[in-house]
Design a protein around this ligand. Structure first.
Ligand code: C2E
Ligand code: MG
Ligand code: MG
Ligand code: MG
Length: 284
């Protein structure tokens, strides 16, 4: 049900956007203004130990509420920002706020920020992250950076150098949406990666499709063999959770079964109470 609502919203929005070029231009100029004014916000989605007893880190997810159209899905506005060359301004906003918000949580809890492929091609990202860490005083080990597999394919030399630099400064690198790109696995060995986030498409039908489940299990075991942590994303139902736990096939779990994205203050409450509570937000 949560999924239907979540995807339903995004799909309708995407369908509406398509073929409406003028609308897109208007949305772009509104987004440019919103970025300029810092008129974005963040929601955080916790990643839990598989038994759900403890929050280990929280993913920062950018939110933009358009004055007339309401919440715009991040998949949409991130792409618009990339097209306008403004995505690194969003990253700067997110990483700054994420560092500050992380300091309001218990010291064992990390924060994870998504980077755009364009951040990795530019020359500013190391300085942006370093500045956010310096001005907040956050321990770099509490800042994780998520990049997608496809980021690793264009300009691999540049991207490797940037990731190495970030890693050397103490941050952890996570591969997001793992298993959906077209890259070879050899980068797992070559890059300073310490976390993989198995894409939610590997979880969707595990309880009806045993080959799918074996793919998930094999992927998580591959990660463990390389001493990487495996986060399983998009766990929505009690059945999925039970199957994952019966076979010990996740190091961390992120999904609606435990918690949807929520404000930073709700993360603080959640960590204080130790157990997940129902929250309102089901994504934009
Ligand atoms: P992602 O990084 O893979 O983030 C996870 C997305 O999956 C989030 O959607 C989250 O709400 C959703 N999700 C979490 N658990 C479940 C679940 O159990 N079931 C389902 N169906 N979905 C679940 P959201 O917030 O709409 O973000 C979508 C994508 O937008 C993100 O995917 C990321 O690629 C991008 N994004 C969001 N914030 C940022 C940002 O600050 N910077 C960049 N570069 N990209 C961002
Ligand atoms: Mg992510
Ligand atoms: Mg993801
Ligand atoms: Mg994703």
């Amino acid at each position: 049900e949560a999924k239907a609502r979540n995807n339903g919203g995004c799909t309708a929005f995407e369908a509406e956007m398509e073929g409406r070029y003028l609308d897109r231009q208007k949305l772009k100029s509104d987004l440019r203004e919103a970025i300029g004014r810092g008129d974005l916000s963040l929601a955080y989605q916790p990643m839990f130990t598989p038994d759900g007893s403890r929050v280990v880190s929280c993913e920062a997810l950018a939110r933009w509420t358009h004055p007339e159209r309401g919440p715009v899905p991040p998949d949409i506005f991130i792409q618009l920002a990339e097209e306008m060359g403004l995505v690194t301004d969003i990253t700067r906003f997110v990483v700054r706020h994420a560092c500050r918000d992380c300091l309001t949580w218990p010291a064992e809890v990390a924060v994870s920020v998504n980077l755009s492929v364009l951040d990795l091609h530019g020359d500013e990202i190391v300085a942006i992250v370093a500045e956010a860490l310096a001005e907040s005083g956050l321990n770099p080990a509490r800042l994780h950076l998520e990049v997608t597999e496809s980021c690793l394919m264009d300009e691999p030399v540049k991207v490797q150098a940037v990731l190495r630099e970030l890693r050397e400064r103490g941050m952890a690198i996570a591969i997001d949406d793992f298993g959906t790109g077209y890259s070879s696995l050899s980068y797992l060995d070559a890059l300073p990666v310490s976390i993989i986030k198995v894409d939610r498409s590997f979880v969707r039908d595990i309880h009806v499709n045993s080959r799918r489940f074996k793919l998930l299990l094999g992927t998580v075991n591959l990660a463990r063999a390389l001493e990487l942590k495996a986060v399983v994303e998009g766990v929505e139902t009690a059945e999925q959770l039970q199957l994952i736990n019966e076979h010990n096939c996740a190091d961390l779990i992120q999904g609606f079964v435990f918690a949807a994205p929520m404000p930073a203050s709700a993360v603080a409450v959640l960590c204080g109470h130790g157990m997940p509570e129902p929250v309102a937000e089901r994504t934009a």
